[in-house]
Write a protein that binds this ligand. Structure first.
Ligand SMILES: NC(=O)c1ccc[n+]([C@@H]2O[C@H](COP(=O)([O-])OP(=O)(O)OC[C@H]3O[C@@H](n4cnc5c(N)ncnc54)[C@H](OP(=O)(O)O)[C@@H]3O)[C@@H](O)[C@H]2O)c1
Length: 376
């Protein structure tokens, strides 16, 4: 009887502690939400040399504005690049909308974006270099990735994701490479471990990542199948795909074919359907994670958890990839473009002031290759 009473007491205190922790957690979240702010005021009030840049003080496409902000000065290890072109990625609309919401709790900013600058991919000309920089000099044409690329200038570190632009490609083409090209390269080489003669299927072959992936997989000697809609069949074929599947007419998971690797930019089939068309040792590489409004709370994380849960129990290797922006991979892509193995596909170009329209177009989910921003 006494033990029962003690257990009851303990249970009561545990329940109380859990409720208290929940209450404190909710209050803390509420306070953090309302205290969440950013550097917007300082950014636009800066004195000295100015440049034009896209700034957003609050989440939402309607809050994007072209503002005059301080022109950056390179530190000893940085270079100052005059941006000629930048490119748009689905990543940008994730940051603009602050979705999936879980991103906000992961440091992107609960109520307002912490970082008020946008864009990553750029190409342009080096205007000045820091005193420790030996790899670049003023006048060099470069391309790469640096936060805040929707602007007239960026200052990447010389030893990070920036490389010399091959002479045979334009600034617009070079600006399209960084995220999409590196993602495609790492998906084919590191995650898909694609070997000559292997059969590779690329779902979403006509988009930014897909158009690079088809060409890269082909340059590795693979037998490539590209999945896209009717209007893109010829384009994907022209990039080197050996076979094309029109998703409006045929479901690749019911084709009866088996692939050594599936590179999935559009995870619109279940994992078991995808496994059904993989060889026993095949690799499923999840690259894409749905559109801007798919699962606004956790985005691709639900499928990621599913993939991780399935992987240990099946013979195939199933996983999601996160591209890592690396100088060495930019150099490899530069060589591929120089030798003509890879040619960036540009769908549309917009001016810097037209960024919202560019984002709106990308958001529709039917870009043919890359959407590029020109910066005068
Ligand atoms: N994991 C990473 O590190 C990483 C890096 C970069 C990008 N991503 C993600 O990868 C995905 C693709 O990026 P992206 O830059 O290539 O996007 P994108 O340029 O917007 O690609 C859109 C393409 O998807 C195709 N598509 C739409 N519905 C389709 C369907 N049902 N079946 C087959 N294709 C379909 C469209 O072709 P049609 O016009 O023919 O429909 C279009 O060409 C995004 O989700 C992005 O967030 C992930």
């Amino acid at each position: 009887m006494r033990i029962k009473r003690i257990l009851k007491g303990i249970l009561k205190w545990i329940s109380f502690a859990i409720l208290l922790a929940l209450f404190v957690g909710i209050i803390a979240l509420f306070v953090a939400y309302w205290r969440s702010t950013n550097d917007c005021d300082q950014l636009t009030a800066a004195q000295g040399d100015k440049m034009k840049a896209i700034v957003y003080c609050d989440y939402g496409l309607a809050n994007l504005k072209l503002a005059d902000i301080a022109k950056p000065t390179p530190t000893d290890d940085q270079i100052l690049v005059k941006v000629h072109a930048a490119s748009v990625n689905p990543l940008d609309w994730h940051f603009i909308e602050g979705t999936p919401m879980i991103m906000r709790a992961m440091g992107v900013g609960l109520r307002k974006p912490k970082d008020t600058r946008l864009g990553v991919d750029f190409a342009g000309m080096v205007e000045a270099v820091g005193k420790n920089v030996t790899q670049f000099k003023p006048g060099d044409e470069v391309f790469g990735g640096r936060d805040g690329a929707f602007a007239e200038y960026v200052c990447p570190r010389a030893d990070r994701a920036v490389a010399l632009k091959p002479a045979n490609i334009t600034f617009e083409q070079a600006a399209s490479v960084n995220i999409a090209g590196i993602t495609a390269l790492q998906a084919v080489r590191d995650k898909g471990k694609v070997q000559a003669g292997q059969k590779v299927l690329i779902n979403g072959a006509s988009g930014g990542v897909g158009t690079f992936a088809v060409q890269i997989a082909k340059s590795f000697g693979a037998d490539v199948t590209g999945v896209c809609s009717t209007r893109n069949l010829d384009m994907v074929r022209s990039l080197g795909a050996d076979h094309v599947i029109d998703y409006t007419k045929e479901d690749f998971t019911k084709s009866g074919q088996h692939y050594d690797a599936i590179l999935d930019n559009v995870p619109n089939h279940s994992l078991s359907e995808c496994r059904g068309v993989l060889t026993p040792e095949g690799k499923y590489v999840m690259i894409g994670g749905g559109g801007p409004n798919d699962n606004r709370w956790i985005g691709p994380f639900g499928r990621l958890i599913q993939t991780m849960a399935v992987s240990p129990f099946v013979s195939q290797k199933m996983g999601m990839m996160m591209a890592e922006l690396k100088k060495s991979d930019l150099n490899i892509l530069g060589d591929m473009m120089q030798s003509g193995k890879v040619k960036p596909v540009i769908d549309r170009t917009y001016k810097l002031s037209e960024l919202p329209e560019a984002i709106r177009y990308l958001e529709e989910g039917h870009a043919r290759g890359k959407v590029v921003i020109t910066v005068e």
